[in-house]
Design a protein around this ligand. Sequence first.
Ligand code: B16
Ligand code: MG
Length: 216
Amino acid sequence: MNCLFDLDGVLVDTAKYHYIAWKNLAKRLGFDFTEQDNERLKGVSRMASLEILLEVGGLSGKFSEEEKNAMAAEKNTEYVKLISQMTPDEILPGARQFLTDLRAAGIGVALGSASKNAQTILDRLQLAPLFDAIIDGTKVSKAKPDPEVFLKGAEALGAQPSDCCVFEDAAAGIEAARRGGMHCIGIGTPAVLSQADFCVNSLAEMTIDRLKQLFQ
Ligand code: B16
Ligand code: MG
């Protein structure tokens, strides 16, 4: 039994910081970017997020690759400034306890996140020592729903996909887990995460016994 965790929306809510930085970029480009628009960016890579933002502003196809790289870098600089102030108080309910319980039980634990800033965030939250492997946006080339990030996580743990369970809050992440041949638990509502084995509201509802039931 091994566990693979998504970061944003499962262990911490960084979406609010992404939102501030994307909204400011949109403002500089002359349009408004709403919280509802921001929902479309969850679990999506940085450059794919920028394309969605430009589409919202009616600016798709208006910029060169060079200009888009500069915009993404500008957004990231602001985002990094915001996350550099994060504290362990921002860890989502139950996350630290469940990770600690898994470690104590000798269950493999890996991160599977699209973010290139995952290491910084885990360090700020003081969660990094609880992971056996960290697979993030710096180590993968294909975004979820491609299973690459989770397959690499399983490999790093020396585990078969069928012996892994993914924890995800985004439908694309659940699909990635399924395509990788893994069990998966949704953090959120079954209405959105219908492909999950089951859903919980937060990791505070998780126990090793509940996890074990999936592998029987
Ligand atoms: P960065 P996850 C994802 O994290 C976020 O949900 C998504 O909103 C963000 O665009 C993506 O990381 C890339 O982040 O710009 O820091 O590389 O949910 O896969 O942990
Ligand atoms: Mg997520």
